[in-house]
Design a protein around this ligand. Structure first.
Ligand code: ARG
Length: 577
């Protein structure tokens, strides 16, 4: 029976490892040995390799070369029909060489698969929290990286068959809302806020601080508005709710522009406020907290962390308190196997403390993960900002990307009408932003650069979109392709099939690191290989009709994999560009 490389080789190795440990009568649980299969770029050195002999070396007190020798013999004794040979290299690596026939079978098997065959029906529930902007404040470039990363991670889990709950934890609580309410009551205009909520509310907030400098009384008013709200004041809560509603509308407009999937849950922090007194009482009776200068803190010495405050001396609760309440709510209501928090690295300490508190509450640490990411910086290496040092709103960045893409497309595609050019430019701009923010590991600082982001011949979305569109055009011209079990004789065909098969590796890698760069790297190298393949082998006018058909099959599968990759990254597949 045909099996894709990873499974095929893994099975051969596990049978061999089991036999080997039986022979050696050693109490080693062969099933627990991690088997990693690496795909190799050059067929001359094998198609894939495994370092399993190294992992066994310690338990068996034998050299890895020796173990590899045994394993090789035990693999050969299974007479694997799709292997030409197995070799030992570099002190114990097992290198596998597939038969040519294996690759044609693989290609044929691929033609029969669709995206949903890749799903493993795990049905495990996972909450992925991302974006989480703050009410009355514009989203900035950090929120862009966050939202793009979170959406793509959610797509990935979705693709792998998990039940994903996309969660938006909106910031709508804190003393700053006392100031905002105070300002609105004094100078606010309902119609203006409805028209342009975030801008208008931001201006009110800024004005409040300016005036408070002259008139310190205002600070007191702000504090009392917030206190009133914490105690359940109807009028203030109503205002806050309205700010949340209006701001959310604007966030949603940005999400639509970015073409990210809908959130399943959008809950403002204020929602948890009523649950807090009970939680604090419980923590008190569990002796988790103690009073310090009138405030309540959780000592975290056991974790080598500074204590975390959960209630200020004036009785006000803080970010951390709502964090705990939200966690309790999420666990009780959804019982997920895991929660991912996509939040910037600046909040690393907050999450260390939060997870430590969760531990004290008996929540296993593997349930929670802080998916942190680094800053987007300017050419000077500093946080991206305007000349006056102000943060740049996400909207402005998107607008600028669209404008630049428009110029490029106007140049490149004079043949298509204006309206269509605009559509292409918008799609290209959004695709480019997403890919640019995903292609590096999440702990890499990204130097913002529109030019390389929108370049048509680098590691960028336009290049990938272009590669896809180019093959798509060929497939359209070719018309129907016969699905035949073919023999492809040339090495470059085999190498490309092998590259396509490699995709099964990258999804797991990206999942394990909560980072999409593995998928990006793979798509980029796949596109590169496919382009040079195409340049050296004209397809449509190949006189050998069997080979022509086989190569059409091949590029069709190539495009299928590109499409899957794009979908996960949140990138639109474009038929033409
Ligand atoms: N609203 C916060 C901010 O923009 C991020 C919230 C992150 N999520 C969380 N569960 N703490 O800074």
């Amino acid at each position: 029976m045909f099996e894709f490389p990873k499974k095929y080789i893994t099975n051969l190795i596990s049978v061999a490892v089991k036999e080997f440990s039986k022979d050696k009568v050693l109490d080693v649980d062969a099933g627990s040995v991690p088997i990693e299969i690496d795909f190799k770029n050059n067929r001359a050195f094998g198609d894939c390799s495994s370092n399993v002999a190294f992992s066994l070396s310690k338990a068996f007190r034998m050299s890895s070369t020796e173990i590899a020798g045994y394993l090789k013999a035990l693999i050969e004794s299974q007479t694997p029909i799709f292997l030409e040979r197995v070799e030992i290299a570099g002190g114990g690596f097992l290198n596998f060489y597939f038969t040519t026939d294996y690759f044609s079978k693989a290609l044929f098997a691929l033609t029969k698969m669709s995206a949903k065959d890749f799903k493993t029906a795990k049905k495990e529930k996972i909450i992925i929290e991302y974006s989480s902007p703050n009410v009355a404040k514009p989203m900035h470039v950090g929120h862009l990286r966050n939202t793009i990363l979170g959406d793509a991670l959610a797509n990935l889990y979705d693709f792998l068959g998990y039940k994903v709950i996309r969660w938006n934890h909106i910031g709508d609580w804190g003393t700053q809302f006392g100031s905002l309410i105070c300002a609105y009551k004094k100078w606010g205009d309902k119609i203006k806020v409805e028209k342009n909520p975030i801008q208008e509310l931001l201006e009110l907030y800024v004005r409040f601080h300016k005036e408070a400098e002259q008139n310190p009384e205002l600070e007191k008013e702000s504090q009392s508005e917030f206190k009133k709200m914490e105690e359940g004041d109807k009028e203030n809560l109503k205002l806050l709710n309205w700010f949340l509603k209006e701001s959310t509308k604007e966030f949603n407009r940005l999400y639509r522009l970015l073409d990210i999937k809908k959130f399943d849950k959008e809950i403002g922090e204020s929602f948890y406020s009523p649950m807090i007194p009970k939680i604090i009482k419980e923590m008190e009776s569990d002796k988790m907290i103690k009073q310090s200068e009138g405030a309540w803190i959780v000592p975290l010495d056991a974790f080598n962390l500074p204590p975390a405050m959960i209630q200020k001396s004036d009785g006000a609760t803080i970010y951390m308190t709502r964090e705990i309440a939200s966690l309790k709510y999420r666990l009780a209501k959804y019982n997920p196997f895991k929660i991912l928090y996509v939040v910037g690295n600046e909040q690393a300490l907050h999450f260390q403390q939060f997870f430590a508190i969760a531990r004290l509450m008996g929540i296993p640490s593997e349930k929670l993960e802080h998916v942190k990411y680094e800053l987007i910086v300017g050419a000077d290496g500093k946080k991206l900002s305007t000349r006056e040092g102000k943060i740049i709103p996400a909207q402005e960045i998107i607008d600028e990307a669209i404008l630049t893409a428009q110029k490029i497309i106007d140049q490149k595609r004079k043949d298509v009408p204006q309206e269509k050019r605009e559509k292409i430019a918008k799609d290209i701009a959004i695709n480019s932003l997403k890919y640019f923010f995903l292609k590096d590991g999440r702990m890499t600082k990204i130097i913002f650069n529109l030019e390389s982001m929108l370049s048509f011949n680098g590691n960028s979305a336009p290049y990938l979109n272009y590669t896809y569109a180019r093959f798509s055009k060929i497939l359209k011209k070719a018309g129907r392709i016969k699905k035949a079990d073919v023999f492809l004789l040339e090495n470059k065909d085999l190498e490309l099939i092998k590259k396509i098969l490699e995709f099964e590796n990258v999804f797991e890698q990206s999942k394990n690191d909560s980072s999409l760069h593995h998928i990006c790297e793979y798509l980029f190298s796949l596109a590169n290989q496919a382009s040079s393949f195409y340049e050296s082998s004209p397809i449509l006018n190949d006189p050998d009709s069997g080979r022509k058909n086989a190569r059409l099959m091949l590029i069709k599968e190539l495009n299928k994999v590109l499409e899957i990759g794009f979908e996960i990254l949140g990138i639109k597949t474009l038929e033409e560009i």
